[in-house]
Design a protein around this ligand. Sequence first.
Ligand code: G3P
Length: 251
Amino acid sequence: MLRWPDLGRPFVFGHRGASAHAPENTLEAFELALQEGADGLEFDVKLSQDGRVVVIHDATLDRTTDGQGRVNRQRLAALRRLNAAAHFPAAAGRAQIPTLEEVLERFGQRAILNIELTNYTSPLDGLVGRVVRLVRRFGLQDRVLLSSFFPQNLWLAAALAPQIYRGMLSEPNRFGRMVDGGLWRWGCQALHPHLKNVTPALVQAVHRRGGRVHVYTVNRPPDMRRLRAWGVDAIFTDDPALARQIFSEQG
Ligand code: G3P
């Protein structure tokens, strides 16, 4: 089970890497996040048509790459020819869609990795089993945190690999309130609430039940300061350098 370093401050995850300053979910964004002082990396995985685990957030290619259509309709070789930096505002040149293997190999010993299981449009596709197998192959069971908005992904992960830490994501809606209210405890050690859902009472309630609170996506200094004062355990931010600066100002 994951051993959190005792940092005495909210743990900082680079959300899709340092995605404020580099194309999201690329090796470049992950390298930059660590240079900026992130403690961990958060990224999104789903399956290609030929069953390979790839790192990309959306179900479709259009927003972040020069490709079109659904990720799971393309084979890995075709996905690798695309430019994952195509729409990044600062025109970062070229970047490939990473495979999970690449990320585990390059970053597994350098940071805690939060793998979000994002098979939201294909929930029965076998993603969870493939991710668990890869994490085991690299021996990273105590360096990885699995998360998902689909509780069933996490329940399956708990059955397949109980030793891998799990966090349940919640949205600011009715179902999200059920997750925050206690559903997260089923099969998980952490709650990953939306910034809007978080109150001091929620943080205290989760802590009383022995859980951790990891909040997404926190990019504004006042939110960083407030969440730290409330005792949250981790934040996901697009800008780890800013979070480091804010948290170091506060001592
Ligand atoms: O895992 C935290 C955050 O990434 C969840 O929201 O939409 O970025 O997957 P989203």
